[in-house]
Design a protein around this ligand. Structure first.
Ligand SMILES: NC(=O)C1=CN([C@@H]2O[C@H](COP(=O)(O)OP(=O)(O)OC[C@H]3O[C@@H](n4cnc5c(N)ncnc54)[C@H](OP(=O)(O)O)[C@@H]3O)[C@@H](O)[C@H]2O)C=CC1
Ligand SMILES: N[C@@H](CC=O)C(=O)O
Length: 378
């Protein structure tokens, strides 16, 4: 099989290097914008040279963000080329569109690397879905934020210092605010919901809180109480309704999630027969992510059939659960929402995600630190 790669950054170069060991998959062309700082093997300047090359039957997309990735994926699928993408920012909003285009053109659109890097999460979701009704997907889904929390907790490093290290190691997004403000996890939760529930969600409805204002003092405060802070994505479904969140969670120090460090991820599904299933591995990084892409290329080579039934069902947001939260804010939180106060940490009464959003809108404090108390992660 002859392929092309779009984007020669951390992941694209990783795919090229791994494929040097695969004699049956040959990289014919690599498209990247002109970059004098990079030596790009097989570089081609014009994307059309790839699109119109009939030898190339599959295109790997490892660009950043929505444009020009959207246009490239669309053109390749319409041209009858298989597409493998790692780019969650474009897959999350256009999942159904790309899947439909692939079906219409009798090709595959695969995206294992887009959620949880090297973990074969999508493969196992699709497999679990065949025999189970899946009601929840949750976990540590971002390597950069987990790397930051680990180094702040274990080595008492400061936030900015560790974020720079995560960028150097190739874990962070081109704009790392996606990692620390929750957008990246939101995209991964959205893609997981499309696969697991055959469901369409509105990501803006999820309770999404940044982790960028966490301090060493906050970490120590929770540590004293037996908690480790983890930045989790969570989505649950009941019938045609769903609820979800992306935020810091205080998890038991002895829990599995509490013991996942560095760029590693731990992602779980809850199935009607199997109960909770957990998958652990590297969620970010060159080689691990490239491996997930190569796995998809091998799927295509072996003629693996697509599992997705379309169209997706539109789900409605409705709170399904309530939790206690700890909120650190310089603003005063009204009594009716508070169960206890400890210095400037307010512990709330049990609140739904919708109530927390109301409280945060009332507070209007962009630097508030919001932590969900998560005693039982399953
Ligand atoms: N890094 C990781 O661990 C993981 C990344 N991903 C996803 O994989 C994709 C690639 O990530 P990563 O390799 O880390 O990112 P990089 O920024 O390292 O690589 C992106 C590449 O795309 C090129 N590029 C960007 N915009 C354009 C454009 N308009 N035209 C042509 N080329 C362009 C860049 O060129 P230039 O160098 O000139 O800027 C760069 O070579 C992203 O969508 C990311 O979310 C998924 C899982 C894990
Ligand atoms: N920036 C992402 C890369 C993988 O998806 C992360 O840190 O997890």
């Amino acid at each position: 099989m002859k392929i092309a790669i779009l984007g020669y950054g951390t992941v694209g170069s990783g795919v090229y290097e791994l494929l040097e060991q695969h004699s049956h998959i040959q990289v014919k062309k690599i498209w990247n914008r002109p970059n004098p700082d990079k030596q790009i093997p097989l570089w081609c300047e014009d994307f059309k040279q790839i699109l119109l090359d009939e030898d190339i039957t599959c295109v790997v997309e490892t660009l950043n963000g929505i444009h020009p990735a959207y246009e490239c994926i669309t053109a390749c699928l319409k041209q009858g080329k298989h597409v493998v993408s790692a780019n969650k920012a474009v897959i999350a909003p256009y999942y159904e569109y790309f899947k439909q285009l692939a079906q219409d053109n009798q090709v595959s659109f695969l995206f294992e690397a887009s959620v949880a890097g090297g973990i074969p999460w999508i493969h196992h979701l699709e497999r679990a879905k065949k025999a189970n009704t899946i009601s929840r997907c949750y976990g540590i889904l971002n390597g950069t934020s987990n790397f930051i929390l680990t180094k702040m907790t274990q080595e008492e490093k400061n936030f900015e210092q560790v974020l720079t290290k995560a960028q150097e190691l190739g874990y962070a997004e081109a704009d790392p605010s996606a990692d620390i403000d929750g957008i990246d996890i939101l995209n991964k939760i959205n893609i997981s919901a499309s696969v697991a529930f055959n469901g369409k969600i509105n990501p803006e409805e999820l309770l999404t809180c940044s982790m960028r204002y966490i301090s060493q003092a906050d970490i120590s405060y929770f540590k004293q109480k037996g908690f480790t802070l983890k930045y989790l994505g969570d989505i649950q479904v009941k019938g045609e309704t769903y609820e979800g969140s992306v935020l810091l969670n205080a998890v038991d120090t002895h829990s599995l999630e509490g013991n996942v460090f560095d760029q590693y991820n731990l992602v779980s599904l809850v199935g009607s027969n199997i109960g909770t299933l957990k998958f652990f591995g590297q969620g970010a990084g060159k080689k691990a992510t490239a491996d997930a892409i190569v796995q998809n290329l091998l799927d295509i080579q072996e003629g693996k059939k697509d599992q997705q039934s379309l169209p997706l069902n539109q789900l409605q947001y409705r709170p399904l659960d309530s939790h206690a939260y700890v909120i650190k804010s310089s603003k005063k939180i009204p009594e009716q929402w508070i169960q206890a106060k400890d210095s400037h940490y307010y512990q709330t009464t049990y609140l739904t995600t919708v109530q927390v959003k109301e409280l945060l809108a009332y507070l209007d404090d962009p630097q508030a630190v919001v932590v969900r108390i998560m005693n039982n992660l399953g």
